[in-house]
Design a protein around this ligand. Structure first.
Ligand SMILES: Nc1ncnc2c1ncn2[C@@H]1O[C@H](COP(=O)(O)OP(=O)(O)OP(=O)(O)O)[C@@H](O)[C@H]1O
Length: 270
């Protein structure tokens, strides 16, 4: 679990994060959503330590990351896997060399063990047959899967994905979302995704943090979203007539589920 406690960050006299508190749960797909410029990327960079917060605390499983020295921060960073926008593969390396890279940098064990781990990860993302190919020879969806294999090769406890669906068709996007979700549950990873993709929100979002102008406007699950009365969230998520209709249909479906009906109206259901 990652906890953010009242984090603030500004550049010059411009305040970008205005005191954000939120929780990213383990074994869950946690999404950061919000309009362009709302502070999602800055927040993600603060969480992984690429940007230093001005104040507030970030806790990784109860360890205060913001109070750590460089050596302790490095230990946390080695438990973090990252999937970058556009996959960020090394073009001159084969698929298997790309996945091997973090193991060569930070891994322990013999070369044989490392090769076995690469093979396992490629098998897990169904890319064993593409091991000897170069990035230029594979599709965008395959590149994302290489990026995912590389992100999990060191068995991370935390996984950060920046726009994992950018540039992908809807069907491939769904497959990538499913893969990330499966891995999150399988290895009990705390996964944090920065996304604009409404399919991801409605299908994979176990826990969603909605940012509005540098503040957390709303936090909840994708089921909560369907019943939320937060106007800003509703305007953002259900922006089109089509999506508003889809929301009403899902509400009807969910009303048929007694367990869910019982939860409605309970404290915390915003
Ligand atoms: N290094 C920086 N120096 C100054 N301002 C910055 C810096 N990084 C981000 N900002 C500003 O912070 C604000 C929030 O940017 P951020 O990239 O977090 O938005 P975002 O929600 O991720 O948007 P998008 O969805 O378009 O990626 C913007 O106004 C941006 O110009």
């Amino acid at each position: 679990m990652i906890e953010l406690q009242n984090i603030k960050k500004g550049f010059g006299d411009k305040e970008i994060l205005k005191g954000v508190s939120a929780v990213m749960e383990s074994g869950k797909v946690n999404l950061i959503i919000g309009a362009s410029g709302s502070g999602k990327t800055v927040m993600m960079k603060c969480i992984v330590g690429l940007i230093k917060v001005d104040s507030g605390a970030i806790r990784y499983d109860n360890q205060d990351f913001t109070a750590m020295d460089d050596r302790e921060k490095k230990e946390i960073r080695q438990q973090i896997g990252m999937l970058f926008q556009g996959s960020a593969l090394f073009d001159s390396m084969t698929v298997e060399q790309n996945v091997m890279f973090p193991l060569e940098m930070f891994g322990t064990g013999t070369l044989k063990e490392k090769k076995k781990r690469v093979e396992e990860c490629l098998e897990r993302v169904q890319l064993k047959d593409a091991a000897k190919k170069f990035p230029a020879e594979i599709s965008g969806g395959m590149k994302k899967r290489v990026g995912i294999a590389r992100a999990i090769v060191l068995n991370p406890r935390y996984l950060f994905c920046d726009e994992p669906n950018s540039g992908l068709d809807p069907q491939t996007s769904l497959l990538i979302d499913q893969l990330i979700k499966e891995l999150t549950v399988e290895y009990n990873i705390t996964t944090v995704i920065n996304t604009h993709d409404m399919n991801t929100v409605m299908e994979s979002g176990d826990h969603i943090v909605y940012m509005y102008q540098g503040q957390k406007q709303w936090e909840g699950s994708n089921k909560d979203i369907v019943f939320s009365k937060d106007q800003k969230l509703n305007d953002f998520i259900f922006a089109s007539e089509f999506l508003r209709e889809a929301k009403e249909m899902r509400q009807l479906d969910m009303f048929k589920d007694k367990n869910w009906r019982d939860q409605l109206g309970k404290p915390g259901n915003q």
